[in-house]
Design a binder for this molecule. Structure first.
Ligand code: SAM
Length: 197
């Protein structure tokens, strides 16, 4: 193993059905049917308190809060425009649980780096990765992108400098409840904002 191998995210992570989009499609179809028939609200991932924290904390990072709604597969995005803000709550978590999770995660970062405009923000909320793990993953991705661009000897992204890291850590939510496990302090959820260079 060379030194760059050691810095790669753990490739032996747990996989599950949650890594397949068709799992989510059928889950949501069942939840909708259950809601219509029995009024059941369905699974609340992360908890309502986390949603409120993510929404208000992200709002404090932004100046413009116009809203819209669309459905897209982030790994095969059909979106051609760029956004000032991209929020992910549990999607990278789900993608990472796919049997090809490590590859899919890189596809995810490639995709979001195209979707977030220069100077824009990506906010990720995760219950599978800690804040430090997300920062480390971005660091690894940044170095991978710079390496690829230097190898190609060209600028792969015409809108930004190919030699500058795509993402930079900006801030993270500090108000989630913490707990102690094995002598370390952690929280159940992490929300981290990255600035697109
Ligand atoms: C744990 S759920 C989180 C749902 C919701 N964001 C929340 O916080 O309650 C994971 C979500 O990731 C979505 N997802 C998984 N793979 C995706 C992909 N390739 N593109 C877009 N969304 C995806 C699933 O459809 C599912 O809604």
């Amino acid at each position: 193993m060379n030194s760059s191998d050691k810095e790669e995210p753990d490739a032996e992570a747990v996989t599950s059905m949650l890594g397949f989009q068709n799992y989510w499609d059928s889950t949501y179809a069942n939840e909708l049917a259950n809601y219509r028939e029995h009024g059941h609200a369905g699974e609340v991932w992360f908890g309502a308190d986390v949603m409120e924290t993510v929404a208000s904390w992200t709002k404090s990072l932004c100046t413009d809060n116009s809203q819209g709604h669309l459905v897209d597969d982030v790994l095969e995005t059909k979106l051609e425009r760029k956004y000032q803000l991209v929020m992910d709550k549990g999607t990278l978590d789900a993608i990472g649980l796919h049997p090809d999770g490590p590859i899919k995660r890189i596809m995810y970062w490639d995709s979001v780096s195209r979707l977030v405009e220069s100077g824009g923000i990506l906010v990720i909320t995760s219950c599978n990765s800690t804040k430090d793990e997300l920062v480390q993953e971005v660091d690894y991705y940044n170095r991978r992108r710079i390496g690829a661009s230097q190898e190609a000897g060209t600028r792969e992204d015409q809108t930004t400098n190919g030699d500058s890291p795509p993402f930079r850590y900006l801030d993270h939510v500090r108000s989630y409840p913490t707990f102690m496990f094995g002598g370390s302090v952690g929280s159940r959820v992490a929300t981290v904002a990255f600035l697109r260079n």
